[in-house]
Design a protein around this ligand. Structure first.
Ligand SMILES: NC(=O)c1ccc[n+]([C@@H]2O[C@H](COP(=O)([O-])OP(=O)(O)OC[C@H]3O[C@@H](n4cnc5c(N)ncnc54)[C@H](OP(=O)(O)O)[C@@H]3O)[C@@H](O)[C@H]2O)c1
Length: 257
């Protein structure tokens, strides 16, 4: 009997999800562990990563390790990848998910904000890819999933640093996909639409803006973190083996308009 769901299984795989302590990262880590992978989750706050790791381990029966690491620090990133390989034995899947946003008109944003967003959302994924590369190249298999955004594809006022970082991440995805294709490593970008997490906390204080966003989403609702679990399983598994340099949009239809 052909079991198509085997294509999505991640048994014997090890995944690292940056920013896996909450929001989309936690939902994706849960999905990867639920499909059979052992998972490392990182964040700048060890206590939050520990709590999420315990929750995911209990829900899935997999090994889930918490790591404190700031993706803007090359030293932290290298130590994080060393720890994953030391404790979980290998690294097959990198989900470059850690990210931040600050909104405002360009004339009201300072350059420190620009640097902070670019360092976290663009330099961070570059450092993480660079650190996992030697391991994936040596084993001739790897999956790099860069969490970009619909704002990497279309514009929205008062998001110049964020949209620039996410657009840059899509170009990094395409370039690295070409560079690493000879080694059996695929590199793809995932572009979520509006999903209610801590990054969108401001909308909870501004119901009018929340509603305005909702009306712009053809499927008629904000996304939940669980809405991207199917896409990440596809991107992390054999199911997507002929896909690289691609951009997958999960946005309730925002960019179809
Ligand atoms: N929610 C949406 O609507 C949406 C839409 C499109 C794209 N995205 C993207 O999806 C990703 C996850 O967003 P989210 O909505 O889940 O946000 P979130 O709930 O705020 O989670 C962000 C995660 O990133 C971590 N993080 C932030 N800066 C970090 C750093 N310098 N080093 C290491 N970890 C760091 C945070 O942990 P610590 O603070 O403890 O470090 C947290 O675990 C981001 O890249 C975001 O841009 C989100």
């Amino acid at each position: 009997m052909f079991d198509a769901l085997q294509l999505f299984r991640l048994d014997n795989r090890v995944a690292l999800v940056t920013g896996g302590s909450k929001g989309l990262g936690k939902a994706m880590a849960l999905a990867l562990a639920g499909a059979g992978a052992d998972v490392a989750i990182s964040s700048r706050h060890l206590d939050e990563a520990e709590a999420a790791a315990q929750e995911i381990a209990e829900a899935t029966g997999r090994r889930v390790i918490p790591i404190r690491a700031d993706v803007t620090s090359a030293d932290d990133v290298n130590a994080m990848v060393d720890q994953v390989v030391r404790e979980l034995g290998r690294i097959d899947i990198l989900v470059n998910n850690a990210g931040i946003n600050r909104r405002g008109p360009i004339l009201e944003l300072d350059v420190e904000t620009w640097h902070q967003i670019i360092e976290t959302n663009l330099t961070g994924p570059w450092l993480c890819a660079k650190a996992v590369g030697p391991h994936m190249i040596a084993q001739r298999w790897g999956r790099v999933i860069n969490v970009s955004s619909i704002l990497g594809l279309v514009g929205l006022e008062e998001r110049t640093p964020y949209a620039s970082s996410k657009g840059g991440l899509i170009q990094m995805t395409r370039t690295l996909a070409l560079e690493w294709a000879p080694y059996g490593i695929t590199v793809n970008a995932l572009c979520p639409g509006p999903i209610m997490t801590a990054i969108n906390e401001v909308f909870k204080q501004n119901l009018e803006a929340y509603e305005a966003f909702r009306r712009r989403i053809p499927l008629g609702r904000w996304g939940d973190p669980e809405d991207i679990q199917g896409a990440v399983l596809f991107m992390a598994s054999e199911a997507s083996r002929f896909m690289t340099g691609a951009v997958i949009v999960v946005d309730g239809g925002w960019t179809a308009q």
